[in-house]
Ligand binder design. Structure first.
Ligand code: NAI
Length: 340
């Protein structure tokens, strides 16, 4: 019995699918646990881990470490010299990729807004996106690097300018749904897997809009509790930044959420269309970019689903989110317009 039980557990972490995935920034706080989770995804065949020569841990070391788990996934590390353009050095790393997850960037420090991070992180994302355009233009490029609200429009417009599909650029907002689900579960005693709160809008402050009315368990909560949960979901990132006392932001929960998005993308590509919230080019509201439920299919994003019914509180919140999101989208659009 002991033998079969252990074999069952091991089977669950085998990997052995048909897709190649790259994690850029894979030696970082989010990157390392994200690499572990992707090496366990049943749809993954090969994992490339790229990071800078100045990373805390060499990417080869992360790859060697992961190469010892009982997974069929082939793991390779790639080092990039600071100052090298990824499009000049990452051909092997990116060629054949179906999915590129990008947590590369600077994390938010206490007192820092996501906007403070914009220029430095947008330049990092641009380098990577240019390399994806060159070596794996069919891949979904999932941007975790903040501020997502501005960086995604900037990168999607650069893809459009290059004649590529802007839907290949996807902003990872899954952590907001993960948190909303968990907070409702903690409050109600339900298992988190039975709760699915769509979180729409964007991925910073008031732009994060959990639609509790669309989840049957959450919909039963008193309006005052909903308002508290709404605020807590918006501020959850700051809770972690403070608890880590200046030594990083959400990494483990973010890796979990990034892997959830990755799993949805790869399941869709493998013939099992899957819905997950994500921030993409959109026409479901008046804004050109918006987070909502997205259907992932064979080629990545296949449809952006409508936002559905909102109650009066959520409609008010949507107006508030729209004002801030518009400014943050414009920051990204300006970057793309000025980019060389
Ligand atoms: P970290 O500093 O631990 O890791 C970042 C890694 O990126 C480092 O290993 C660094 O060497 C690498 N890197 C930097 N520039 C690079 C480049 N040009 N090419 C390749 N690798 C490069 O930071 P952490 O905590 O992993 O956060 C990463 C990013 O994720 C930050 O921008 C943070 O704000 C964002 N984040 C996003 C969340 C979301 O929900 N979308 C949640 C939490 C963080």
């Amino acid at each position: 019995m002991g033998a079969s039980c252990s074999a069952g557990i091991r089977k669950a972490i085998m990997g052995g699918g048909s897709h190649k995935v790259c994690v850029c920034g894979g030696a970082g706080g989010i990157g390392q646990p994200l690499c572990l989770l992707m090496a366990m995804d049943p749809n993954v065949r090969e994992l490339s881990i790229v990071d800078l020569n100045v990373a805390m841990v060499p990417p080869d070391g992360v790859a060697k470490d992961l190469g010892h788990i009982e997974s069929k996934v082939k793991v390779t590390g790639y080092v990039m010299e600071v100052g090298t353009a990824p499009k000049d050095s990452l051909e092997d790393c990116l060629s054949g990729c179906s999915l590129v997850l990008v947590p590369a960037g600077m994390p938010r420090k206490p007192g820092m807004t996501r906007d403070d991070l914009f220029k430095v992180n947008c330049d990092i994302a641009k380098g990577m996106v240019e390399a994806c355009a060159k070596f794996c233009p069919q891949a979904v490029v999932a941007l975790i690097v903040n501020p997502v609200n501005s960086i995604v429009p900037a990168m999607a417009e650069l893809y459009s300018k290059a004649g590529l599909d802007p839907w290949k650029i996807v902003g990872v907002t899954s952590l907001d749904s993960v948190r909303a689900n968990k907070f409702v579960a903690d409050l109600t005693g339900c298992h988190p897997s039975n709760i699915e709160v769509p979180v729409i809008g964007g991925h910073a402050g008031v732009t994060i809009l959990p639609v509790f009315s669309q989840d049957p368990t959450s919909a039963c909560l008193a309006p005052s509790k909903i308002e508290e949960l709404d605020k807590r979901t918006q501020d959850a990132g700051t809770e972690v930044v403070h608890a880590k006392n200046g030594k990083g932001s959400a990494t483990l929960s973010m890796a979990y959420a990034g892997a959830r998005l990755g799993r949805a993308v790869l399941a869709g590509m493998s013939g099992r269309p899957t819905v997950e919230c994500a921030y993409v080019k959109s026409d479901v509201t008046d804004l050109p970019y918006f987070a909502s439920q997205v259907l992932f299919g064979k080629g990545g994003v296949s449809r952006v689903l409508p936002i559905g019914q909102l109650n009066d509180y959520e409609k008010r919140r949507l107006n508030e989110a729209t004002v801030q999101l518009k400014t943050e989208i414009n920051t990204g659009l300006r970057y793309a317009k000025d980019a060389k």
